[in-house]
Design a protein around this ligand. Structure first.
Ligand code: HEC
Length: 291
C-alpha cells in the first residue's frame, strides 16, 4: 500500500521534472528591449525591437520569437518578431483596444515585460450642434409678453389718469420687457458645447525610480540579477553568479561606468554591454540606489 503510494509520488516528481526541464532546454538568453514603450494608442502601430543574447553573450540568429499580449480577462493575441540584424528582432503591434496590456517575449524562455498603458483611439468628434435649453425659452417669452402687456395696459391708464405711479410702473414693465432681449439676461444662454471627453488619463510621467525598475526588467538585468524590489516572482532569474542587487548601492560614477561599459570596470566581466542610453542609465541608477 505505502510502497505503491511512494511509486506514484516518485512518478509524479519525475513527470514534473520532465515538464520543467524544457524551459531551459535551449539554454537561456538575456532579452533586451531597445526602447521600452511605456504608453501606446489603440489602433496605432507600435514597433518593438529587442536583442537576444544567448547565455548573456552571443547574439542569436534564426529564432522566431513570439510576443504575447494579454489584456487580463479580455483579450490575448501574439505576433512573431522578425530578425533584421544578427540577434536583433522587431515586430509591429497594433493594440485593438485600450487598457493595461501585459506582454511577454518568448525566446528560449518566456520573459514578462512591464505592462504598456494603451490609450483609447482618439475620438473623431462629430461637429456637435450647440444645444439650447429648450425648456427655458417659453419662460423668457412669458416674461416678455407679460411685461409688454402690462406696459401696454399701464401706458393706457397712465395716459388716462396721468398718475405718476402708473407711469413709473409702465416704465418698469417696458424696461423688463426690453431687458429680456439682452443676451445672457433672462434669455436662456446657449449651453457650452459638449467637449468630446478627453482620452483617459495615461501615465505620461513616471518617476525615475519606476522607470528604472521597468528597465531593470526590459533590459534583461533581472535575468542575471535577483532584485527583490522588482516585486514579482514571474521573472526568470538564472543562477549564473551575478550578485543580488536588492540591497546594493554605489556611487553615481561607479554605476555609470559599470552600466555604460562593464568591461571597463572588470576586463573579464560576465556582464554584457547592453548598449544602454544615458537616460536609461540614469533611471537604472536611481532604481538601484533606491531603498
Ligand atoms: C548576463 C548576465 C548579466 C546581465 C544581463 C547583467 N548583469 Fe550585472 N553583473 C553580472 C555579473 C556576473 C556581475 C558580477 C561582476 C562581473 O562579473 O562583472 C555583475 C555586476 C553588476 C553590478 C556591480 C555589482 C557589484 O557588486 O559591484 C551592477 C550594479 C550590475 N551588475 C547591474 C546590472 C544592471 C543594471 C543590468 C541591466 C542593465 C545588468 N547588471 C545586467 C551579470 C549580468
Amino acid at each position: 500500500m505505502i510502497s505503491r503510494f511512494l511509486i506514484l509520488v516518485g512518478m509524479a516528481l519525475l513527470l514534473s521534472l520532465a515538464i520543467a526541464v524544457p524551459v531551459f532546454a535551449g539554454g537561456w538568453a538575456v532579452i533586451t528591449v531597445d526602447d521600452l514603450p511605456v504608453t501606446a494608442t489603440a489602433g496605432e502601430p507600435l514597433t518593438i525591437g529587442f536583442t537576444v543574447l544567448q547565455h548573456g553573450k552571443t547574439p542569436t540568429s534564426g529564432l522566431s520569437p513570439t510576443i504575447v499580449f494579454t489584456l487580463p480577462k479580455e483579450k490575448q493575441f501574439s505576433v512573431i518578431a522578425e530578425e533584421d540584424d544578427t540577434g536583433h528582432y522587431t515586430a509591429s503591434v497594433t493594440f485593438p483596444m485600450e487598457g493595461e496590456w501585459e506582454w511577454t517575449i518568448n525566446a528560449f524562455m518566456e520573459q514578462p515585460m512591464p505592462a504598456i498603458s494603451v490609450a483609447a483611439a482618439p475620438v473623431v468628434a462629430a461637429p456637435s450642434q450647440p444645444t439650447t435649453q429648450t425648456e427655458a425659452v417659453p419662460y423668457a417669452l412669458i416674461v416678455r409678453v407679460l411685461a409688454f402687456g402690462l406696459a401696454l395696459v399701464g401706458a393706457f391708464f397712465a395716459f388716462r389718469t396721468k398718475s405718476r405711479l402708473t407711469m413709473g410702473l409702465t416704465a418698469l414693465c417696458l424696461t423688463v420687457a426690453l431687458a429680456s432681449f439682452i443676451p445672457g439676461s433672462i434669455v436662456p444662454k446657449v449651453e457650452a458645447q459638449d467637449v468630446p471627453t478627453a482620452q483617459p488619463a495615461v501615465e505620461s510621467s513616471i518617476t525615475q525610480v519606476e522607470l528604472g525598475r521597468r528597465l531593470f526588467i526590459a533590459k534583461g538585468c533581472i535575468t542575471c540579477h535577483m532584485n527583490n524590489k522588482v516585486v514579482s516572482s514571474q521573472y526568470v532569474t538564472i543562477n549564473m553568479g551575478a550578485p543580488n542587487l536588492t540591497n546594493f548601492s554605489a556611487s553615481q560614477e561607479a554605476l555609470f561606468l559599470r552600466l555604460k561599459d562593464p568591461a571597463s570596470v572588470k576586463s573579464d566581466t560576465q556582464m554584457p554591454n547592453l548598449g544602454l542610453s544615458e537616460v536609461e542609465i540614469e533611471a537604472l541608477i536611481a532604481f538601484i540606489n533606491s531603498k
